[in-house]
Design a protein around this ligand. Structure first.
Ligand SMILES: [Zn+2]
Length: 237
């Protein structure tokens, strides 16, 4: 959604509240006291009242906005910026754009959103065309281990082993000289070793069983065929 579309859909606080309530009703509201699923809607208080025990809960209860006093519109703008901009933005920038007096609540909002979005990304299963690779990333060595001699190669203490999974989709009309694929998601997981069993467990956890997997020709990938729809080794397909 670009900024114009966003502004059309969410021009003010009321439109954000309406959309938020619609989403919440679709998922279903459950009374935390008695488990009842039927509620009255108290429009002027923005609260649900349980039809059975009359317990009241706010529209924000059980969501990332719980305990926040910031307008829904602020949350929607922050979500829009976090999901639609390629570069990251700071809470200070958001504060400046919104003209809000205090920095702390905006900083907290950004932290909470990044946290829930990270969790959502973590449970996302990669599907379609998925390429699997290993990478070694240089890491900082703790002060108390700095005197130890560095091991060479892939076992070195200052190299973390990472499994990189890249999901992509085919593009109908790729630009000249560009591959006919566009990357849609990337997942990177730090692992303690690159044994077949470790890689297999990572694939089982993060790649959909209907995915088509591409790997290099390493023998440690041979068993992956059992967990995905198709597996090809690069250079052999
Ligand atoms: Zn109840």
């Amino acid at each position: 959604m670009n900024i114009i579309k966003f502004n059309e859909n969410f021009p003010d606080e009321v439109s954000c509240i309406l959309q938020f309530k619609e989403q919440k009703d679709r998922i279903g509201v459950i009374c935390p006291k008695c488990g009842c699923k039927e509620h009255y809607w108290l429009q002027n208080k923005l609260r649900y009242e349980c039809k059975h025990c009359h317990y009241r809960q706010s529209l924000r209860s059980g969501t990332v906005m719980e305990n926040s006093k910031l307008p829904f519109l602020y949350w929607y703008i922050a979500i829009h910026l976090l999901t639609s901009t390629k570069k990251s933005f700071s809470a200070a920038e958001l504060q400046r754009q919104l003209g809000h007096k205090r920095y702390q609540p905006l900083w907290e909002m950004c932290c909470k959103l990044r946290d829930v979005m990270g969790k959502r990304d973590d449970i996302y299963s990669l599907s379609g065309q998925v390429e699997l690779d290993n990478a070694f990333i240089t890491t900082l060595i703790p002060d108390d281990q700095k005197d130890e001699a560095l091991k060479r190669g892939t076992g070195s203490q200052n190299k973390s082993k990472v499994v990189v999974m890249t999901e992509s989709t085919f593009v109908e009309n790729p630009k000249q000289g560009k591959p006919p694929k566009a990357v849609t998601h990337i997942k990177m997981k730090i692992v303690c070793d690159l044994k077949a069993e470790t890689t297999t467990n990572i694939v089982k956890a993060y790649v959909d069983s209907q995915a088509e997997l591409t790997t290099d020709a390493s023998t440690s990938y041979k068993k992956l065929k059992e967990h995905v729809k198709k597996q090809d080794a690069k250079g052999h397909c």
